[in-house]
Design a protein. Structure first.
Length: 107
């Protein structure tokens, strides 16, 4: 059951992440390969996400304009999500497994 107090809600193909309010400024979302430079970020979750289309889409519930990234292949990807600025993050890092990314590019 979802209460509305969760820091995130995860389904294999979707992740909803609670961030600061729209009136408090923008939230920056970084899509990364590998975990370099994240020593001061907190790990929110680590899961396998399904990207059936082979595309990652990032959008806001209030402003649904999407930013997209094409993956080397569709399917399941090991993903870690880190945040900065708790309890209401102003920065989110979606990190793809570096080895899995390189393996996908070689096929």
């Amino acid at each position: 059951m979802v209460t509305g107090e969760e820091s995130y809600v995860f389904l294999p193909g979707h992740a909803l992440i609670s961030t600061r309010g729209d009136t408090q400024g923008d939230v920056l979302v970084d899509l990364m390969i590998g975990e370099q430079g994240l020593s001061d970020a907190a790990l929110l979750f680590e899961e396998v996400m399904r990207f059936s289309s082979g595309v990652v889409s990032v959008s806001d519930v209030v402003d649904p304009d999407e930013e997209t990234l094409e993956l080397p292949r569709p399917g399941d990807w090991r993903v870690k999500v880190y945040v900065k600025g708790r309890p209401w993050p102003d920065r989110v890092f979606v990190v793809f497994d570096e080895r899995q990314w390189e393996d996908a590019k070689l096929k």
